[in-house]
Design a protein. Structure first.
Length: 188
């Protein structure tokens, strides 16, 4: 990954129980290595359960509850995947509103695997080119997106990838987009 500094930036990671652990920990470490501060935002307080596939893995402490989080306090948003995480997250009004606020303010958003499900709920996929885990293709197309099967896709500050095998490219583009800052085409 190219050495880019995003020092002093604050990056929100939005997730809940059932997150695919590596889709949280790998971008989290990339953000820290680039000098930014990652912050775990979730619909509930306490700890969240990570998973490696279908097996329970580590627990992660929540920093800020979604209903108390304000997108204005962050420079970008990362939405990791995991089927259970993504399915539960997309029905949480505070999480959906928090996600939409990043698009309304033109800030970078990065989402991997099943994470883009919440983008549909936030109403921000219409006319956008993106990727995801292949089982979301029809959902995203039905929501007006152009879905492609590529390692990483960047569309006006929106970074998407398919699965953990794409994390190196995903992390590099995440850092690049955060370094670039707001994007005029990143709208709700």
């Amino acid at each position: 990954m190219a050495e880019q500094s995003i020092s002093g930036k604050k990056i929100a990671f939005l997730l809940t129980d059932g997150v695919e652990q590596v889709e949280l920990t790998s971008p989290w470490q990339a953000v820290k290595d680039a000098g930014a501060e990652p912050v775990l935002v979730a619909p509930k307080t306490g700890e969240l359960q990570g998973f490696k596939g279908v097996d329970k893995a580590d627990k992660f402490p929540v920093d800020v509850a979604a209903d108390a989080a304000n997108a204005a306090d962050y420079d970008a948003l990362v939405i990791p995947g995991g089927v259970v995480n993504a399915d539960h997250l997309r029905v949480e009004k505070a999480a959906v509103d928090f996600t939409r606020a990043f698009f309304e303010s033109g800030k970078p958003v990065a989402s991997i695997c099943h994470g883009p499900w919440i983008l549909i709920e936030a109403g921000v996929t219409e006319g956008r080119k993106l990727t995801s885990y292949h089982t979301l293709a029809t959902d995203l197309k039905n929501a007006g997106a152009t879905w492609v099967d590529e390692e990483v896709v960047v569309d006006q500050g929106l970074v998407t990838s398919r699965n953990p095998g794409d994390l190196e490219a995903f992390n590099a583009k995440l850092i690049e987009e955060v370094a670039e800052g707001k994007h005029r085409g990143q709208t709700a």
